[in-house]
Ligand binder design. Sequence first.
Ligand code: F6P
Length: 404
Amino acid sequence: MADIKRIGVITSGGDCGGLNAVIKGVAREAWALGIESVVIPNGYAGLYNLIDLEQVVVLNAERVSRIEASVAGSEAGHSRVKISKIKDEKKYERIKDGLKKFGIDALIISGGDDTGSVVVDLSSRGIPCIHVPKTMDLDLQPYSVGGDSAINRISIFTRDIKTTGMSHNRVIVMEVFGRYVGHTALRGGIGAEADCILLPEIPVDFDVVYEHMKSVFFSRVLRSDVKAGTYIIVAAEGIKTASGDLLYDESAGVDAFGHKKLSGAGKYVRNQLEKRMKTDPAVTEFMKKTGMWAPGVYEIPEVREVTPGHLVRSGASSAFDVNFGHRAGAAAVLLLLEGKTGNTVVDVDGNKIIYINTAEAIKRREVDISEIALFESLGTCFGRKTEKFKYELVEQKGPISRHL
Ligand code: F6P
C-alpha cells in the first residue's frame, strides 16, 4: 500500500454531468480510509498556481455533504490548460512545490483525452495520479462520466423542439457537441427518434439527406389532417463533407488545449437544404398542396438550426452518471493506494476494480458504424445511401456482466 495521507482532486477539460459524484466518491472513500482529500480548484491552471493559494478546501464530511451529486458541472471547477504548454521552464517544479506546500501526496484527476495526456505526463515525472474518465463526447476507450447525462439532455431537447417545428412546419437542424465523434448525436438522436442523424464518422452526402427529408417530411405534412409536420436532423458538430473536410466556422478559433472550436455545422446543413429547395419544383408543388404557398413571402419550408451548445452538459446529471461517478471516484482512491499511478478507472464490476493504462484509455473511440445499417433499416437517414445490415450471431458464453 502506498503511503498516502492527502489526495488532491482535480477536474479538467469541459465540465459535464456526474463530476460531483466523482468528487464525492473520492472524498468519502478516502475519508473512510482515514485519508484526507482536498480540492485543487480550476483544473490544471489551479494545479500550476497551487503554490500561491493560502489554503485548500478539505473535503471533510461536512463539506462533502454540501455537494449535490445530481447537479452537473464540478464543484472543483475547470480549465482547459495543458501543463506541457505552459510557458514556464520551471512549471513542474512549481507544481511539485505547490503539492508539497499543502502536503498533497497524490492526485485524482477527472477529465478527457487531453486531461489524460497530462496524467501520463505528471505520472512520468513522479507525481502519483489516477485518472477518472470524464467527457460528454464519449470518445475515450472506457465509459466516461457525463456521456449519459449529455445523451439524455440531447434527447430531451430534440424531442421538445418537435412541438415548435411542427407548429411552423419547419425542418430543424440540431447541432450538438461531441467534438470529432458522433456518440452523443447518435444516441441522443435515436433517443428522440430524429429523422436524420449526421455523424463525423460518415461523410455527409447532402443529396441523400435532401431526398430523405423530402420523402419523410412532405408525406408527413400531407398525411396530417391539419397539414402539420416537422423533420428533425441531429448533426454532430464535427461532421465532414465527402472529401473529409470539417464543416465548421473557422472564425470560432481554438481553445486553450489548441483544438479548433467546432461550430457552424448546423448552419452549413441548413444552407445545403435551402439551396436545393429553392430550385426544386417539387417543393413549390408541396407548398401549394399543403396550402402554405404565399408568393414572394413563403415559397419554401423554413429550415432552422438550433444549437443547444453548453446546455447539453449543464443542469442535472443522470442517475446513471451519479452511479458511475460514485464508484469510479471510490475506485480511483483504491487504485492510488495500490500504487497504480498512470492508470484510468474503467469501472467497478462486482468486487473487481477494472483499470487501464491511461495512455491506452485516451485513444480516440469512434462510433462503430457497422451498427448504423440497423437504424437505417428502421428508417433513420445517416446522410449516406442506405446499406444492408450485415450481422453475425454470437451466443453469450458465461455470465453477463452489467450494471442495469
Ligand atoms: O469536449 C467536450 C466538449 O463539450 C465538446 O463536445 C465541445 O466541442 C467542447 O467541449 C466545447 O468546449 P468549451 O466548453 O471549451 O467551449
